[in-house]
Design a protein around this ligand. Sequence first.
Ligand SMILES: [Fe+2]
Ligand SMILES: [Fe+2]
Length: 300
Amino acid sequence: MTQTFTLAHFSDLHLSPIVGLSPRYWTAKRALGFFNWQRHRRHVHVPAVAKALMDDALSLNIDHIAITGDLVNFGLPREYEAALAWLQNFGTGDRITVIPGNHDVYSWIGADQGFTRWAAYMGAEAESLVFPFVRRIGPLALIGLNSAILTRPGLASGRLGAAQMEVVGDLLERLGNEGAVRVVLIHHPPLPGMTHPTRALTDAHHFKRVLERSGAELVLYGHNHVTRLDWLAAQDGAIAISGAASASAALAIGHDTLASYGVYTVSKSDRDVRITRAIRGIASDSGDIVELSDDVLIPR
Ligand SMILES: [Fe+2]
Ligand SMILES: [Fe+2]
């Protein structure tokens, strides 16, 4: 019997308006970020665009939606609350999985609970949330990682750290042995050299070795705001490393492309797995949401 499952991949929503930027939360990092936002980013990231893409995905009867971080901009308590309400408009935690990005762990928030407000979308309670988390959904195992760390102004780097690194290799091997289609979710580009060092995953070399050794079928990431597809040779077959554009980008500025998201169709039988990727997003000529590309990932 063949099981078919569809997963949509969204990233980098950068939802606005900016709420709760009170004097209490002013830091050098937020001041610089706010300057950037006012001058540039607020013209790029339009919540109505992200909503239109989410509505598009829901109209396709997608089974599950994964969002790989940067839901907010300045890591403010009221932003987390607003993002939670935004998520709730589209579905509960059993339809949507979220992991944090660097903008979701941005600067000082004191004892505030931060992005753990979204724990239901990570399959956990706020108090018991740990990374990596695993969600078994249909034929998939979603492995959620947290690469978001506090950084100095001007930096957007990330790190998985020893604790996650230690667990994720064994986890991938076990899930592979169980026959699950392993989909790793991480905000930062997972391999060395995929972005500028000031924005990169600082332990990407280590993570690459873990992936090579333990395997996965698919790694989904964001952060670069660009659709991209790379391959990593691993012991049990090539891993598709797939990056998503920002799902709210109303303008294509610099390297950023117009908003899009990925639709992964996974067909699994006892004997084999087939995975395709369609990118759906805003057509630059008409402004309509259309299919922009279509690739077979497995078999390669
Ligand atoms: Fe982002
Ligand atoms: Fe990011």
